[in-house]
Ligand binder design. Structure first.
Ligand code: ZN
Length: 379
């Protein structure tokens, strides 16, 4: 919901070749990375590699959880190795080529290792829970997992600002009393309780600017990247934050959690049915046989790709609602428009993507549209 991919220049401006190329390369890399992931899953499944890994894991331990752990480490090593060239090209090479990153190669590797450690810990826990549920409740495991994973998402939304984000970024209370008071006042008017306003040291890694209202309940806070603080005036920062508060006022986080719950419900039910039908064809020893993991991954990937345009269309509607709130909450639309222009410039945002590209891939309306909306807006 934050402004990773925001904004623009006057409504008549078009994207430079550099911006177009950056986004085209980025899309090619993500599509190629998706394709490689799919191919690896198909090979693991149809070439019988997954069954070989499972047999190997069971050779070392017959305890289900330990055998699964060994299998997951092998499975994870293969998928990570296959994905590594794309992580490097997308995360390091492309960002440097377009002057968007401040990370050294060593710094990037360190970031990747930290991300891998956090991702592996969460992934291992989730998979152990999933297969333990299949073993214990063969018919209703998917319902148990929907409930458990949803509870976990909400818990993570609450804990992320205090537990996860500090692993990757430094934060300190904002050292600007005027701006802090202004943003707290804006939050009060939006009936949003926040824990404070924090400066987010993004410049150690990136040249991009960003702001967000993050956390849930007692951990909710305003975070402003130092790159935003150094390049934007107070009116513009207020406009950016007013948009974030718009998400809160309209309870978008709960809508998104509900949608995630619906998608999880559909996805796990689909996996349950697929396993029922396909288990005999692949020679799995029942649904709890973890050699079926690539099949689970394939169903998940296909479903998330199929849902992508709908999810993004919905997200763009929420973004428009947040923009409307922001334009009503601030004194004039000028700073909203200039903040968009600056964000577009800094983040190399695509101002006018092809309508199909926007429809499928963009979670935010194009900058051109957002500025056009603000220009026509009358409170
Ligand atoms: Zn937003």
């Amino acid at each position: 919901m934050s402004e990773q991919s925001t904004a623009a220049i006057p409504a008549s401006a078009t994207d430079s070749n550099c911006v177009k190329q950056y986004h085209r390369t980025s899309r090619i890399l993500s599509v190629a990375s998706y394709a490689v992931d799919l191919m690896v899953m198909l090979l693991l499944l149809f070439a019988g590699w997954s069954a070989v890994l499972r047999t190997l894991a069971l050779h070392y331990s017959l305890r289900p959880w330990l055998a699964l752990l060994i299998y997951l480490l092998l499975f994870g090593s293969i998928t990570q190795a296959a994905g590594l060239p794309f992580s490097f090209l997308e995360g390091f090479w492309l960002e440097h080529r377009y002057g968007l990153s401040n990370l050294t190669l060593g710094g990037w590797v360190k970031e990747q290792l930290k991300g891998l450690a956090v991702g592996a810990a969460l992934g291992l826990m989730a998979m152990e829970f999933l297969y333990a549920s299949i073993r214990r409740w063969p018919e209703h495991w998917w319902l148990v997992c929907v409930a458990a994973f949803m509870a976990f998402f909400v818990l993570m939304a609450n804990l992320a600002p205090v537990l996860i984000m500090p692993l990757f970024f430094k934060f300190k209370p904002l050292d600007n009393a005027d701006l802090t008071e202004r943003l707290l006042e804006l939050s009060r008017r939006a009936h949003t309780r926040v824990k404070g306003v924090f400066e987010w040291k993004l410049s150690e890694k990136s040249k991009k600017a960003n702001a967000a209202l993050m956390g849930l309940g007692n951990t909710r806070r305003i975070i402003l990247s130092d790159t935003l603080l150094s390049g934007f005036n107070n009116d513009e920062i207020e406009a950016v934050l007013a948009h974030e508060l718009g998400h809160h006022v309209h309870r978008h986080i709960f809508q998104l959690i509900a949608i995630q719950g619906g998608a999880l419900f559909a996805g796990l039910y689909l996996i349950h049915r697929t396993l029922d039908v396909l288990t005999p064809h692949f020679g799995f020893h029942g649904a709890a046989d973890f050699a079926n993991l690539p099949l689970l991954a394939l169903v998940t990937t296909i479903l998330s790709l199929a849902l992508l345009p709908a999810v993004n269309s919905y997200s763009r509607a929420l973004e428009r609602q947040a923009d409307t709130y922001a334009l009503n909450a601030i004194a004039s639309r000028g700073p909203f428009i200039t903040s968009m222009e600056k964000l577009a410039e800094l983040n190399l945002a695509e101002r006018q993507p092809h309508p199909w590209i926007e429809f499928i891939f963009h979670s935010h309306p194009s900058i051109q549209k957002r500025i056009g909306f603000a220009q026509k807006f009358s409170a």
